[in-house]
Design a protein around this ligand. Structure first.
Ligand SMILES: [Zn+2]
Length: 150
């Protein structure tokens, strides 16, 4: 009797603590593009960061749109791209509804992490020191983006 009761209690604690978390993560982050490289997965699913000045997109100046490399969601217009000098592709604004954000305290800093609103994968951090009137600087890993010229 007592053992059953304890089992019931521990099971209900377990489900109330872990079930919402696991269902949340399972439903928000999914590999959609089966051709993602190991490095892309590390950034998108473990919030990694690519080496600065490593992205070919830094030199991309054509007109077009930047899409999520996992799900294809349209994220940035080329008109919002600027050279921040940081070594990562940078944008002054995202397309409406492209991203969701959360506060991240990694490395002892308070930063705003953002991720694709459609598939949930990590893209970068957004800062309030942008040069344009939006005041925003979206610092995006180039490996998470696919550029499609217009
Ligand atoms: Zn996506």
């Amino acid at each position: 009797m007592r053992r059953n009761f304890l089992r019931f209690i521990s099971l209900s604690i377990f489900t109330s603590l872990f079930l919402p978390l696991s269902t949340l993560f399972a439903s928000t982050k999914k590999i959609i593009n089966k051709n993602l490289t190991k490095k892309q997965k590390e950034i998108m699913f473990d919030e990694g960061t690519e080496k600065p000045f490593s992205s070919d997109l830094l030199k991309e100046n054509r007109k077009g749109f930047y899409h999520c490399a996992n799900c294809g969601n349209k994220l940035f217009a080329s008109t919002s791209k600027f050279d921040s000098g940081t070594g990562w592709p940078s944008f002054s604004e995202a397309l409406p509804g492209a991203f969701k954000t959360k506060i991240d305290y990694k490395f002892g800093m308070k930063r705003t992490e953002y991720h694709c609103a459609k598939c949930g994968v990590h893209h970068g951090h957004v800062f309030n020191d942008g040069p344009s009137k939006s005041g925003k600087r979206f610092c995006n890993n180039g490996l998470c983006l696919i550029f499609k010229p217009e």
